[in-house]
Ligand binder design. Structure first.
Ligand SMILES: [Zn+2]
Length: 105
């Protein structure tokens, strides 16, 4: 835990990592319906559906942790977390840093 400002290279890397983690998270959320539909068309049994749901849930929990534990490079706090509130917005919940702030010249 250090709340010191970081240099420009680290800053850009952290922002890229945060954006990548958000992509994984949203991709996981969106993958649920197709995964269930495909499984249902291949094998509409409770065991198959339950297995796919279980795998999806584990992946979702993992990606949620990755997103939750992303730090803001400007203020050093969790980017999407304020207290116990998890909000996956495009701005840091503490210092309002935009998720694409490093792309804007
Ligand atoms: Zn911040």
């Amino acid at each position: 835990m250090d709340n010191n400002p970081v240099d420009q290279v680290t800053y850009t890397e952290v922002m890229k990592k945060t954006r990548r983690r958000r992509k994984y998270f949203f991709a996981t959320v969106l993958a649920y319906i197709p995964a269930i539909l495909i499984t249902h068309s291949i094998s509409p049994t409770n065991i198959a559906m339950g297995t796919v749901f279980g795998i999806w849930l584990v992946v979702l929990i993992f990606t949620t942790f990755l997103v939750t534990l992303s730090k803001c490079p400007r203020c050093g706090n969790y980017f999407h977390m304020n207290g116990l509130t998890l909000l996956i917005l495009r701005k840091c919940l503490h210092c309002q840093l935009h998720i694409s702030a490093d792309k804007i010249p």
